[in-house]
Design a protein around this ligand. Structure first.
Ligand code: PEP
Ligand code: MG
Length: 594
């Protein structure tokens, strides 16, 4: 029986890249292919072995082709994982084990492969070393590739020539090998079963401004190739087979968003200055080099926060100094950016890097993370610092240290930076001798001693995501306590205010790069606090500039005083919403009414 296709079926997920994509489904079936055991007659054994050998050859050919046709030079550098897969496919021990099983058991090639791979995987699972255990995943990838070839007799990779323009990729997940092959010009959206904001696909989608919804659960089992679907990256929704009327509504929304985007891009380069002449810098938070151009296009004056964790996430082994250097040099050479703040590795807590052995901790948010880990793993820290320092010869890079809790940590980190500088001087490698060193203010203790810390560093960057988490004791990834998350909590505002005052008394700049800076509603408060810089997701910059340019600084200072007198964050929030709805009805009336 042929099932009726869905009409207007709406699925919810997490919107991770803004915009509306309307297109035909290109289903990337990456689910397990069912295989059956078949007995093979003696006279057909050789045929089965030949089938297996030619599957191996096809898999190697496929991988070779993927390597040769990687469209992006940066991505090419990560192709070594494909070499590993090719070597495994040629491993005599593995190939012979499968062939012997076909012969001895008189069974079909895919069943023999399954037996051998299951044995290998069971052995890998017992390995204590985490790195070696991980290699089991590579065997699984090879297994999937071979089974696809054996069972379906067809290529298992994305045949981009077969994809029409305006394809909407639907997949359970995209492996790095999948993403490596994408010709992104043809794709109008992604709808993915699993993943979150920081998954591989999400980051790439955002960097390339392709609408994407992830974490949908089961979309791969609900759509067929060539179904029409709509991906709404703002609402985190997907509509399967929309009726003409629904599609028309989304086309209108798409036009509206495009017009808004054009309008935003038009105002993106305007100066962030209030009506009465108060200036501050507006920077961008980025995670990928590919986002650098977006930051500039959307009006960033500099990079307020470059989260470098992705450099570690996107490869199987730890990056070398030269890996770091090449990446930071690209940023440094961008003449449109006035400053580039490179934050040193901030893993632990809610962020992990598979290759760095982390101890299992009961309370990782307060554990051996970020600067604490770097100070302990000096070589890990130094290779990144050397990369930043070397690249500083090419442009205005700054170093930002995360998760600092006290003065001693800063001194230790600075001592390591000095060691790196000595080494470079000794080798006669140029770097910026006056590179600015700053710290994240995200642990409450640093606000209380911001006067002491301000004497040690060149700038502060307030990370409200963690500062709010630690001040109000609310786990930032725990949905049950998210209702307590309150940027306008008097404790948070007082801490920021003290930090700014202490910074300014010591003639250092104070910026803010947490999500609070990315909420235009809070702009008058941030202006009232007299921050020198705010840094945010690049897409928010134009709207933020519009709001800054529509406000009087004197008004913002008064509003801040009124808010600081409120003991209830809810009440404070309401006042700000009401004021913003009054001042910018076209932008904020809706959020006030809600
Ligand atoms: C913060 O904590 O506010 C911050 C900007 O850093 P991250 O979100 O990367 O922890
Ligand atoms: Mg943080």
């Amino acid at each position: 029986m042929i099932e009726e296709p869905f009409v207007n079926k709406i699925l919810k997920g997490i919107g991770v890249s803004s915009g509306i994509g309307i297109g035909k489904v290109y289903l990337l079936e990456r689910g397990r292919i069912p295989i059956n055991k078949r007995s093979v007659k003696e006279k057909h054994i050789d045929r089965e072995i030949t089938k297996f050998r030619s599957a191996i050859q096809s898999a190697i050919d496929e991988l070779n082709r993927i390597k040769e046709t990687i469209p992006d030079a940066d991505v090419k550098k990560h192709a070594f994982i494909i070499d590993t897969h090719m070597l495994m496919l040629q491993d005599e021990f593995f190939v012979n084990a499968v062939i012997d099983t076909i012969k001895n058991e008189k069974i079909n090639a895919e069943w023999a492969l399954d037996i051998i791979v299951s044995k290998f995987l069971a052995a890998f699972e017992k390995v204590e070393d985490a790195y070696l255990r991980e290699r089991g995943q590579d065997i699984k990838h090879i297994y999937d590739r071979l089974v696809r070839i054996l069972v379906k007799g067809k290529k298992s990779d994305i045949e981009w020539r077969n994809i029409s323009n305006k394809a909407l990729i639907v997949a359970h997940d995209l492996s790095p090998a999948d993403t490596i092959q994408l010709n992104l010009n043809r794709i109008v959206g992604f709808a993915i079963d699993i993943g979150g904001r920081t998954s591989h696909t999400s980051i790439v989608a955002r960097a390339l401004e392709i609408p994407a919804v992830v974490g949908i659960g089961n979309i791969t089992s609900l759509v067929r190739n060539n179904d029409t679907i709509i991906v709404d990256g703002d609402e985190g929704a997907v509509v399967i087979n929309p009726t003409k009327e629904v599609e028309k509504g989304y086309i209108l929304k798409q036009h509206r968003l495009k017009t808004q985007k054009r309008e935003f891009l038009r105002i993106a380069r305007l100066k962030p200055e209030t009506k009465d002449g108060f200036k501050l810098k507006v920077g961008a938070n980025i995670e990928l080099i590919a986002e650098m151009d977006i930051a500039v296009r959307y009006g960033a004056m500099g990079i307020g926060l470059y989260r470098t964790e992705y450099i570690y996430l996107s490869r199987k082994t730890l990056p070398s100094t030269m890996d770091h250097f090449h990446i930071y040099k690209k940023l440094a050479e961008n003449r449109a950016l006035e400053y580039i703040t490179v934050r040193t590795l901030d893993i632990g807590g809610d962020k992990f890097v598979s290759d760095v052995e982390m101890t299992k901790e009961i309370n990782p948010a307060m554990g051996l993370r970020a600067i604490r880990l770097c100070i302990r793993e000096i070589e890990l820290f130094k290779s990144q610092l050397m990369g930043i320092l070397r690249a500083s010869a090419f442009g205005p890079l700054r170093i930002l240290l995360p998760m600092v809790s006290g003065v001693d940590e800063v001194r230790k980190a600075k001592a390591v930076i000095n060691e790196c500088m000595d080494e470079l001087r000794h080798k006669k490698i140029p770097f910026n001798e006056n590179i600015k060193i700053g710290i994240m203010i995200e642990v409450p203790s640093t606000c209380l001693i911001s006067d002491l810390l301000a004497r040690e560093v060149d700038f502060f960057s307030i990370g409200t995501n963690d500062l709010i988490q630690y001040t109000l004791a609310i786990d930032r990834v725990n949905e049950y306590v998210s209702y307590l998350y309150a940027p306008l909590h008097p404790a948070v505002l007082r801490m920021i205010q003290k930090t700014v005052t202490d910074g300014h008394n010591n003639n250092i700049e104070v910026g803010l790069c947490g999500e609070t800076a990315g909420e235009p509603l809070y702009v008058p408060i941030l202006l009232g606090l007299e921050l020198d810089e705010i840094s945010m997701n690049p897409y928010i910059i134009p709207k933020t500039k519009k709001v800054i340019r529509g406000l009087e600084h004197s008004y913002c200072k008064e509003l801040l005083q009124e808010i600081l007198r409120k003991d209830s964050p809810k009440e404070a929030e309401l006042i700000v919403r009401k004021e913003m709805a009054r001042l910018f009805p076209e932008d904020f009336l809706k959020s006030y009414k809600e």
